[in-house]
Design a protein. Sequence first.
Length: 295
Amino acid sequence: MQYKLVDPTSVPPNSTTRERFTESMLYMPHTFVVTDHREMADHIRDKQACPTRAVFGIPDDKFVFACFNQLFKIDPEIFACWMRIMKKVPGSVLWLLRFPGLGEPNIRAEAKAHGIDPTRIYFSNVLPRGEHLSRIYLADIIFDTPTYNGCSTAADALWGATPMITMCVDRMCSRMGASVLKAAGCNALVTSTLEKYEELAVTLAKDSQKLWNIREKLEIARDTSPLFNTKKWVRDFEQCLEMAWTRYEQGMPPDDIGVEAAQEFVLDLFGEKKDEEKEETGGKSKARLLTVKDE
């Protein structure tokens, strides 16, 4: 394989993440993740048509943390972090999927070992995509799994106008959540350590107004962010392919090429501008060739 489709967040140029690959990179301007939510899940906008928590046995009077990733993505470190968060947010519950169902008793046992009542962990069955998308809005905050992020599940969460918190490390599979969040303008929900992940989750859980403001901005982002603009994603991808084909026709070897964002899309989630955390990207790689800007 000569090229891998990525973006500057999932595989930063001149980074240790970049050094893990032998392929050349095709850089999309915002995210390598393509979505079809505007075309296939517009029904989510009508909250009156969405199910209630009672349908899934989730209490109405609790703060609901949720993770809809497959259970194998939950490692001991992030689970321990979730348990600490739940201790700091009294009355909160954790909503997971039976994905697979065999993991349910193990999760409950591990919660008990951390001093959390297993009855605070709720499980639901996997549903067809349309039905699943309709229930995401019922959660208050979505937890991402740092070792192996959600990808389509991350985009699903944001389409459901539910904030997702992720943690970014130096592997592409651990940077997909950040890629999706940044394409939706949610840079402020990307953390770099478990301590910051925990702090952000607790802060948002204890500030209902701030959390509600974020959800309102996410609803607007459905129509304004690059993440859900499928037509633009296709145009950018076509430009990447044209650049790769031009190099081939000219007898040039593959290299890191791509489309550069004309400007970054960032939502002011917390109502005040904050300096973004700078990420170390040590290591060397081939120079990124940016010869085309997106519109």
